[in-house]
Design a protein around this ligand. Structure first.
Ligand code: GLA
Length: 731
């Protein structure tokens, strides 16, 4: 049983296979945090609520209620009543005052997990997940707040979310509704986050926490290139294999905040939720608000264990697509090959050559509609440009399919170009503040997805094209951030809902798409990887990782991404050199080896690349066919990360049954006098024999894992190699 309640001690105990989470009730009914960490056999530790610390007991001494509230480890802190740490819920009443105090009312423990209305969320069968609902209330406001905890035993994950219901008689304003809070003692924590920029997304950043608040956030309307809705606190010296890790990850694609605060008592409060900037939700009597889901994970075996648990969790309980474990077609995308300059003939030339080399799908990127010959027009006018595509789209799709290939297409449905028919007809469909000229970015505005007629139009444009021809894949792009937040349809008091309503509108559109076209492979994208988040993963099994396709830049981008996402989710392509973003030239083989760890495809003009590169494509595709199952479902191990001093980047994917493992080594820069490097292989069966494929070398699993494997002759700049160890019993 994953969830227990001890009536006498008033403690909830939530167990996964290796972890325990405990929350308890104070005598007054405050819901406090007791413990999160290694799995415990028994319920205990209520003293961690520190109720005995005089004079902080409000029942005994009301005079000290404030001191109590500013120190009690709250499960879901509220603002305005004397807890001066970051609150999770701020409610303003109809007379304009902000204050809310939540006390326990009831609870419910059930099998399974309810869906979250309108939001992406993890799921699982009755034998896979259990849910605890702690129902709290503020009697003065007439507010009921339900804290949801779902326990995924096998994956060591606990998800949290919150629903807020107005059962009173007056209208309330929710000025902040976060999704999760974790109050703990500070263990000299370091904070690990993923940060970057366009073409440099999700680099791992780690700093010591210090007194005060440290945070990552987005107020751009999407999860963003710059910061990521994930935070982990790790004990000092945490490595891949040792150390404690407390992670929180947000199943949401809009504004967020993930914050750690070190308090005056050297305790930490970690919170995660929708950013409160420009957020204000009206809650009329009888209405409720659902906060998105937070995924919580604890590992006492370092970062590697966290990664593998999250990978399993997202594969099993968040990604819904039928492509989850299915081999994805090897695609060629024409973006870096042609940009906007293409026509049917050019695309068919690429497709013809691609097919000869074993590529299975042609994806037509931006530029096929309206008058879109550059990025300055036509978003919103989703009619095929027949000057470019003579004979229309069905003709092109038909010819591509005749070659024996599938066809995929690019859209940016959330946008409207300033130069478009749509904008001329419906200027008010663009998000803007009345009386103020909205700012353009890439010459475009953002459609107001809070409006049903706008969503319906945009959806029908996409669906109409998909209905017109047999299209197997959609790349759904989003190439600017939101600002000038104003909707022509929302009343003044609801304008603060627009950011969140936009995200809900996006989710509704993608839900319609995956429902009407379940067999279409959907890849989300946002100027590269600005909306690579668990929210989008619920709709698309893969997300374009970054516009930076340079093999070496990809090492850090993919390492940060793999830290929390399954490899099967990472859109990764081989592109041409010199690389279009950094101008670097790397061996074609290395570009292939690095893309192999993601969804794998090509993004180049195959009719124009060097012959010696083209000749390698069939071999690379054969590797993809051979290893895609392993990469999709195996256990990921990060072995080394390149630095100036140690330029070897290395990772491994091992089959869960230990039957084989693929090691990828990339030497970023050559160093003189390096003869060999020892790599300790992971995830093998110690007593079994493994052959290094393609050689006569045989090792025991124990040898490879403890003595290590000796990598030789890998000392040139950007050189890489794959090593496949196959258990002899499976050979
Ligand atoms: C974004 C995407 C690219 C490409 C362009 C097209 O930048 O990330 O892959 O589709 O848009 O405009």
């Amino acid at each position: 049983m994953g969830i227990l309640f001890d009536e006498e001690k008033k403690i909830f105990k939530l167990d996964t296979e290796h972890t325990t989470y405990m929350a308890g009730l104070s005598d007054e009914g405050y819901v406090g945090h007791v413990y999160y960490g290694k799995r415990l056999k028994n319920i205990g530790g209520k003293y961690l609520l520190r109720m005995e610390e005089t004079p902080f007991t409000p029942l005994v001494n009301k005079r000290e209620k404030n001191s109590f509230l500013d120190c009690f480890p709250m499960e879901y802190p509220t603002g305005g009543i004397g807890d001066y740490r970051e609150s999770c819920l701020n409610v303003r009443n109809s007379r304009g005052s902000m204050g809310c105090e939540l006390l326990y009312e009831d609870h419910e423990i059930r099998k399974g997990k309810p869906a979250l209305p309108g939001l992406p969320a993890s799921f699982g069968g009755e034998d896979e997940v259990q849910t605890l609902k702690i129902i709290c209330a503020d009697g003065i406001l007439g507010l009921t707040v339900t804290l949801f905890y779902s326990v995924f035993e096998k994956e060591d994950v606990i998800t949290r979310s919150v629903s807020v219901e107005n059962n009173g008689t007056e209208s309330l304003s929710l000025e902040k509704v976060y999704s999760a809070c974790l109050d703990m003692d500070n263990q000299e924590f370091e904070m690990l986050t993923l940060c970057g920029s366009w073409a440099r997304e999700r680099h791992i950043q780690r700093n010591k926490v210090h007194a005060g608040r440290q945070l990552v956030s987005s107020v751009k309307g999407e999860s963003s290139h710059q910061e990521h809705p994930f935070m982990a606190l790790v004990t000092p010296g945490t490595t891949q294999e040792a150390g404690e890790v407390y992670g929180m990850h947000f199943v949401y694609s809009g504004n967020f905040i993930a914050q750690t605060e070190v308090t005056q008592f050297d305790r930490v409060r970690m919170v995660l939720g929708i950013h409160q900037e420009d957020f204000c939700w009206r809650l009329a009597p009888g209405e409720s608000f659902q906060a998105p889901e937070a995924v919580m994970i604890y590992s006492d075996c370092g970062l590697g264990k966290m990664s593998r648990s999250l990978h399993d969790f997202y594969r099993e309980h968040l990604i819904r697509s039928p492509y989850k474990y299915k081999k994805r077609p090897v695609l060629i995308n024409n973006w870096e090959a042609t940009y906007f300059e293409f026509d049917t003939e050019k695309l068919l030339a690429i497709a013809g050559e691609a097919r000869k080399n074993g590529i299975e799908m042609l994806v037509m990127d931006d530029g096929w509609f309206g008058k879109r010959n550059w990025d300055d027009s036509s978003l919103g006018d989703w009619t095929v440009n027949e000057e470019k595509l003579k004979g229309g789209l069905p003709n092109l799709v038909h010819k591509v399919r005749e070659l024996g290939m599938e066809f995929g297409i690019w859209f940016e449905p959330e946008m409207i170009s300033a130069r478009s028919e749509l904008y001329r007809e419906h200027p008010d469909w663009a998000i803007q503040i009345e009386g103020r000229e909205p700012g353009q970015s890439r010459a475009q505005y953002v459609l107001d997805l809070s409006r049903k007629e706008v969503r319906d139009y945009a959806y029908e444009c996409v669906a109409g094209i998909l209905r017109s021809a047999p299209i197997s894949y959609v790349k759904w792009d989003m190439n600017r951030q939101l600002c000038d937040m104003g909707s022509a349809c929302l009343p003044p008091e609801a304008q603060g809902e627009l950011f969140h309503r936009y995200v809900l509108g996006l989710y509704e559109m993608q839900e319609r798409l995956v429902t009407e076209f379940p067999e279409v492979l959907l890849e989300n994208c946002s100027g590269g990887g600005a909306r690579f988040d668990p929210g989008m993963l619920y709709y698309s099994p893969q997300i374009w990782c970054s516009d930076d396709t340079d093999a070496i830049e990809r090492l850090r981008i993919q390492e940060g991404t793999e830290l929390i996402y399954p490899l099967s989710a990472m859109g990764a392509h081989v592109s041409d050199c010199p690389n279009h973003i950094v101008g670097r030239t790397t061996p074609f083989e290395t570009r292939g080896n690095i893309a192999l760890s993601g969804t794998f495809g090509y993004e180049l003009d195959i009719t124009r690349i060097a012959e010696e590169d083209r000749k390698q494509i069939p071999g690379q595709i054969a590797l993809y066919h051979k290893f895609s199952g392993l990469i999709q479902a195996g256990d990921y191990y990060r072995i080394s990360s390149w630095t100036d001093q140690k330029p070897l980047d290395c990772w491994e994917v091992a089959a869960k049954d230990g039957s084989h493992a693929l090691l990828t080594c990339v030497n970023v820069l050559g160093r003189p006098n390096v003869r060999s490097i020892i790599i300790k292989v992971k995830g093998l069966k110690p007593d079994s024999y493994y052959r290094l494929e393609g050689t006569e070398e045989i090792y025991t699993g124990e040898e490879l894992m403890s003595c290590g494997f000796m990598v030789r002759d890998l000392n040139e700049d950007f050189k890489s190699r794959l090593y496949h160890f196959v258990c002899e019993e499976n050979a």
